[in-house]
Each structure stands twice: as structure tokens, then as C-alpha cells.
Design a binder for this molecule. Structure first.
Ligand code: SAH
Length: 355
């Protein structure tokens, strides 16, 4: 008795998931000249095509074959929130109906896109909405590329471009290491969006072995560390990852990153009223970071309805920042983007009941 039917048809290729050399190899296997790959790439990344039908300079028969064997843009916009400050947050539905959030943040120096690297997250940080339903799955590099292209197409209407990327949306990018790095390779290539690696930031909750691996690759990206506390007991209570690798191990890995890459680090510190915002925390933070070339980004915690954290009052934020600056640590308060919309990671997805 046959009780399973095996589907022998090959899964369709995701064009956004292919590097130029992958595409060159594949079109050659299909009996086409190698330059077809360049043509397709041009359509996808320079002319921003969203359908294979748009690729009018490909032979019609090859276009048909491509449509049988590959797909291009597949994500659907579920909802959009537009902030008074120009921040746009979009919930995108993937082919398997799961959803991710992507955010565009216009700054005076250019347009930054914040991409998600996973559907959900398993890191369990107590202040973060992305982790509420756990990890559903990793995204492919192509799915991260498509999030970026979604906003690039929107910016095309105003003759503008995505100039920087932050891997700071939902998910832990260093847990989806290969896809995150493939995404960075792809999006920084001249044939695609040509976004310089120095304009790409990877944010991590502190996966020490992955930070060391990244350091060894000597990429020129910016590494941002979500620190949030200078004390192990407090950090472990907010971020379970700290039980696997404590603060000392994390800072050691950061020093190694600096030694290998010469890139100044960024530390993110979400200020939570009455939890981590006392001046004793600022002093301990300054001691901890010492002479490590770095920058501290103070973020007034975003309210997540499922969590009951309070924001630090404005003058306390200022006092915290002043204390750090006086102790020789370069600290700024992150200009709030999209505070009037659900700007914290995972908030929009949670609100929409899509967890
Ligand atoms: N997993 C990665 C990247 C995603 S989180 C990381 O932990 O860095 C991106 C940033 O948003 C992190 O610094 C995270 O700590 C912060 N964040 C999450 N929820 C927040 C909230 N409610 N308010 C302020 N910052 C928050």
C-alpha cells in the first residue's frame, strides 16, 4: 500500500535568493548563455522588476521556462503604518503565510531599512515582542533581500535609494548566520543595490562564538550588541542568552572583534524605568566598556503591551547620558523613530494576531 505520495517536481528557485554566480551556473545548466544571468539581475536589481514577465529582452521561450522553474517577488503587504516622522512599518506575508516586519527610517543622511532575519525569535528577552511566540523559522537570504527591495521600490517613486541596512528587526541574525551573511554579500554587490558594508549593521543579543566567527571574517560591517545591563544577574533576568555567555565573555569577544576588524562597536542600552536606569548602572557600564572603542546608544524602552515596563523619565535619561559622557564613554540617545506607531520589534505582528 502506498500511503505517501512523493512530489518529484523540483521546488521553484527563488530568484532573490540567488547570487549572480548561482544564477550564471543555473542558466548555463538550462542551456542558456551565461550573460542571461546578468540580464536577469539587471531586471531584478536595476529595473526593479517584480515579475518574470517584465523581462522583455529574454527570449519568450526562456521566459516561459523561467516562469515554470522560478519565482521572483512573492511577499504580500498585510498592513502598513506610517509615522508622522516618516517612518514606515510594513507587515509582510511570506509564501507559507508567516509574517515579518520591515521598517523604513528616513534620516537626514539617507534611508535606513531595518530587516527581520527570522520569523519570531527564541532568545526570550523579556522586553521584546518578537519573542512572544517563540521562533517559527529562519528566513532565507532571499527573503531578507526581498524585504529590502520592497522599500527600494517604494523609494524609487521619489528618486531615492536605500542607503543603509540594519539587521535589527525580528530575530537573532547571528543564529541565522549563513543567510544573514549571504544577504550582506548580495545586497552590497555592485550588481545589486551596492550598499557599502560600512553602512550595514548587524545587531546581536550576544552569541559569543558567532561574534568571534564574524570577527575572523574581517567584514567591515558595524556590530551592535544589545547589552541593556552591566550586571550579570540583572542581564540574565532580562536576556536568557546571558546564562550561556556572560558579560565578561561577551566583552572579550567584542575586544576581539575590534582587534580583528578595527571597527568601533555599538552597544544598545534600552532604558527601563527602575530596572537598569540608575546612575550606578551608568558607572558600572563605563567601567565595563573602559577603553574599548565604542558608542553607546541609549534607547527609551518601547512599550510592549504584553510586558509591563515603564519608560525612564526624560531628565533621568539625560542624567544617565551625561554620566557616561563624563566617564569618557560616547553615548547618545537614539532619536525616536515611529514612536506613534508600533515601532518595537514584533509589535505589529503581535497586534495583528499573527503570532
Ligand atoms: N536579536 C538581535 C536583533 C533584534 S532586536 C538583538 O538582540 O540585538 C533589535 C534591538 O531592539 C535590540 O537592541 C533589542 O534589544 C531592542 N529592543 C527589543 N525590544 C525593545 C523594546 N521594547 N524597546 C526598546 N528596544 C527594544
Amino acid at each position: 500500500m502506498i500511503d505517501t505520495i512523493i512530489d518529484l517536481t523540483e521546488p521553484k528557485k527563488q530568484l532573490y535568493d540567488m547570487k549572480l554566480e548561482d544564477l550564471e551556473r543555473w542558466v548555463t545548466e538550462l542551456g542558456q548563455p551565461k550573460f542571461r544571468a546578468k540580464q536577469i539581475f539587471n531586471w531584478i536589481y536595476k529595473k526593479r522588476a517584480t515579475s518574470i514577465d517584465d523581462m522583455t529582452d529574454l527570449p519568450a521561450s526562456f521566459r516561459e521556462e523561467l516562469k515554470q522553474k522560478a519565482v521572483l517577488a512573492t511577499m504580500k503587504e498585510v498592513t502598513r503604518q506610517v509615522s508622522k516622522d516618516g517612518t514606515i512599518k510594513i507587515l509582510l506575508e511570506l509564501h507559507d503565510k508567516s509574517t515579518v516586519e520591515t521598517v523604513l527610517m528616513p534620516h537626514n543622511y539617507g534611508n535606513s531599512v531595518c530587516v527581520s532575519s527570522q520569523v519570531g525569535c527564541r532568545m526570550g528577552c523579556t522586553f521584546c515582542a518578537s519573542t512572544l511566540g517563540g521562533l517559527i523559522r529562519n528566513l532565507t537570504a532571499g527573503e531578507i533581500v526581498e524585504q529590502t527591495m520592497f522599500f527600494q521600490r517604494m523609494l524609487d517613486d521619489q528618486g531615492d535609494r536605500v542607503s543603509s541596512i540594519v539587521l535589527m528587526g525580528s530575530g537573532e541574525p547571528l543564529e541565522n548566520y549563513d543567510a544573514a551573511m549571504k544577504f550582506i554579500d548580495m545586497i552590497s554587490a555592485a550588481e545589486t543595490l551596492n550598499i557599502g558594508t560600512r553602512h550595514i549593521t548587524v545587531s546581536t543579543s550576544g552569541l559569543v562564538p558567532a561574534i568571534r566567527r564574524l570577527a575572523d571574517e574581517k567584514r567591515q560591517i558595524t556590530l551592535a550588541i544589545s547589552l541593556h545591563s552591566p550586571f550579570d544577574d540583572l542581564r540574565s533576568s532580562m536576556m536568557p542568552v546571558n546564562r550561556a555567555w556572560n558579560i565578561a565573555q561577551l566583552i572579550d569577544a567584542c575586544r576581539y572583534y575590534w582587534d580583528q576588524t578595527g571597527r568601533r562597536l555599538t552597544f544598545e542600552y534600552a532604558l527601563i524605568g527602575g530596572v537598569n536606569d540608575d546612575l550606578k548602572h551608568a558607572k558600572a557600564l563605563a567601567d565595563l566598556l573602559g577603553d574599548l572603542p565604542c558608542h553607546v546608544n541609549l534607547i527609551p524602552v518601547n512599550y510592549v503591551p504584553e510586558r509591563n515596563y515603564q519608560r525612564t523619565p526624560k531628565d533621568q535619561i539625560r542624567a544617565f547620558q551625561d554620566e557616561l559622557n563624563q566617564l569618557g564613554i560616547n553615548a547618545t540617545v537614539r532619536r525616536e523613530k515611529g514612536h506613534d506607531i508600533s515601532a518595537a520589534c514584533g509589535q505589529l505582528r503581535a497586534e495583528q494576531g499573527r503570532i
